[in-house]
Design a protein around this ligand. Structure first.
Ligand SMILES: NC(=O)c1ccc[n+]([C@@H]2O[C@H](COP(=O)([O-])OP(=O)(O)OC[C@H]3O[C@@H](n4cnc5c(N)ncnc54)[C@H](O)[C@@H]3O)[C@@H](O)[C@H]2O)c1
Ligand SMILES: O=C(O)[C@H](O)COP(=O)(O)O
Length: 528
């Protein structure tokens, strides 16, 4: 069945062409996203959902999206998607982090000029035939200080443009290094200093618990009298009621807002003021930006749906289309090793660790770790996939640890999964040979080499004469055909393991009988 994608927001039609060219069916319904009920009614038919900011993907919507594998945001902010709920359901959420940055930075600069020269009000007055030349006295931008709150992709582009306009730039961003600030030509400052020095403040952070109301009543009062504020990032960064009061008192000389705490913003106490300029979330709305984000999101989504490549996902590590085939055998190995661990564990798993030795340590190990955790959890849970596995492990209190070491071993690449249970610690190691087929090479500390088969029996026993004959005889008497038989022991007369591939699932009665054989410590049926 071909993959199907729903485009539920007004993306450029270029996205449809890309999906088609890549063999993915695309349904272009650009206003559907605004209608929650209709979206919930149809979402179950799709493997992918391509959106902008109007479609809200809630946990309820996701609960109806049984087939959904990926949500692609043609833009930057994914705050209209319940990413935690998507992750828990194993749905990849990806965005296009750079496609509209220049356009949005340009909108911020345009809004700053609109404020400085009161262009919207002057335009309305002039077109009303008033010619009020003396009414609109502006402020020059050159020589003024611009305070940038959030100096990531868009903030840095704004900084570069502002320096070109001969402004001084100060930036507050806890994740901006002084070196990076210097290379941008900006001065890194704390928020209080920015507030005290800026003539214009522009916001470019996501909306997070830390940034919500970052321009609160208190912080607005700390800003210079006559400050002008631009918000082209997210509604909620500025306390809108406090801003109204600061505009009323004249402490804030003007504000230009592209985003609002409630959108669509069809009424607001901020509306109708001469010194307030508003646009309807137009930051990303240029032909160029929309073409870029639509093409990029369609490419990324098609790459994932058809080739397993992951780019710009906010809830999964990136894997390029070139890396995907190289990674695949290790992902398969990880999943199978995890499945062994989950099936042989005799008590609840408290900690899961995975160690990468040799060449594999250079690969995208996070994807392998996710697959291994998924393999382990799938023994206990139906609804888990590599995207949701780490979330589900954490939710169940299982600590996950990943260790990558460039050490040499007997194998070019060696992966060891280990589980600490409430009773003991168990470990399984494996590798991928040049034939691309994963193999088990160690169970605990005992070397034993075996390929994976759909049905296997795992036995640990005391190394005593006659055991193998009794074991094979019991299987023969039960009509269980042995395909391969791998044995290992730590020392003569010590602990031994057997890994037996059989043709068809092991009958439970046979496993029970195996457990009764003298010297057997554990007998477990394995399924892959
Ligand atoms: N109006 C629009 O149409 C439009 C268009 C594009 C992007 N945006 C929004 O603009 C925002 C910024 O986008 P970006 O691409 O620059 O993102 P980005 O991730 O590159 O940059 C965000 C910056 O904010 C900083 N930050 C985070 N928490 C902070 C805090 N508490 N205080 C100060 N700084 C903090 C981060 O360190 C980062 O450098 C996003 O929310 C995005 O959704 C809006
Ligand atoms: O985060 C973004 O990319 C912007 O808010 C753009 O939103 P839009 O795609 O709805 O214009």
């Amino acid at each position: 069945m071909p993959m199907r994608v729903l485009i539920s927001d007004p993306l450029s039609q270029a996205a449809v062409q890309i999906f088609k060219a890549r063999g993915v069916e695309a349904d272009f319904q650009p206003s559907l996203g605004k209608d929650k009920e209709r979206l919930a009614a149809v979402i179950g038919d799709y493997d992918g959902l391509a959106i902008r900011s109007a479609t809200k993907v809630t946990a309820d919507t996701l609960a109806k999206a049984g087939r959904l594998k990926i949500i692609g945001r043609a833009g930057i902010g994914v705050d209209n998607v319940d990413v935690a709920a998507a992750t828990a359901r194993g749905v990849i959420v990806m965005n296009t982090p750079f496609g509209n940055s220049v356009t949005t930075a340009e909108h911020a600069i345009a809004l700053m000029f609109a404020l400085a020269r009161q262009i919207p009000a002057a335009d309305a007055s002039t077109q009303a035939g008033k010619w009020e030349k003396n009414r609109f006295m502006g402020v020059e931008i050159a020589g003024k200080t611009l305070g940038i709150i959030g100096c990531g992709n868009i903030g840095s582009i704004v900084a570069a443009r502002a320096l070109g306009l001969r402004m001084r730039v100060v930036a507050f961003d806890p994740f901006l290094s002084s070196e990076r600030a210097k290379s941008l030509g900006a001065e890194k400052v704390e928020l209080d200093e920015l507030l005290a020095r800026a003539d214009f403040i522009t916001l470019h952070t996501p909306l997070t618990p830390q940034t919500r109301n970052i321009l609160s009543a208190e912080n607005l009062s700390r800003a210079q009298k006559g400050v002008r504020i631009v918000n082209c990032a997210r509604g909620g960064l500025v306390d809108e009621d406090a801003l109204c009061r600061a505009l009323d008192s004249g402490h804030v000389a003007g504000a230009a807002l592209d985003v609002f705490s409630v959108e669509p913003a069809t009424s607001s106490p901020l509306f109708g003021r001469e010194n307030v300029v508003c646009t309807p979330h137009l930051g990303a709305s240029t032909h160029e930006a929309q073409e870029k984000v639509a093409l990029q999101v369609a490419e990324q989504m098609a790459d994932y749906l058809t080739r397993g490549a992951v780019a710009n996902a906010v809830n999964f590590p990136s894997i390029t289309a070139e890396e995907a085939p190289l990674l695949r055998p290790f992902v398969e190995l990880g999943a199978k090793l995890g499945a062994v661990l989950g099936q042989i564990a005799s008590a609840g798993i408290e900690k899961f660790s995975i160690t990468y030795d040799g060449a594999v340590a250079e690969q995208k190990t996070k994807a392998i770790t996710a697959a291994a955790a998924c393999g382990m959890l799938r023994v206990f849970l139906d609804q888990v996939n590599p995207v949701s596995a780490l979330h589900m492990a954490r939710e169940r209190g299982v600590m996950v640890e990943e260790i990558a070491r460039a050490v040499e071993s007997d194998y070019e690449s060696l992966i060891t999964v280990r589980a600490v249970t409430s009773k003991d610690e168990i470990a399984v190691s494996g590798t991928v040979f040049h034939d691309g087929r994963p193999r088990i090479v160690r169970l605990g500390e005992i070397a034993v080499e075996s390929e994976f088969a759909p049905s296997m029996i795992y036995v640990t026993n005391e190394d005593k004469p006659g055991f193998i004959g009794r074991f094979a005889g019991l299987l023969g008497d039960a009509g269980v055909n042995i395909a391969t038989f791998a044995l290992g022991r730590d020392r003569l007369g010590g602990a031994a393991v057997a890994l037996v591939a059989i043709d068809g699932p092991a009958p439970p009665a046979t496993i029970a009988a195996l457990r009764d054989l003298p010297g057997v410590k554990q007998a477990t049926a394995l399924q892959f």
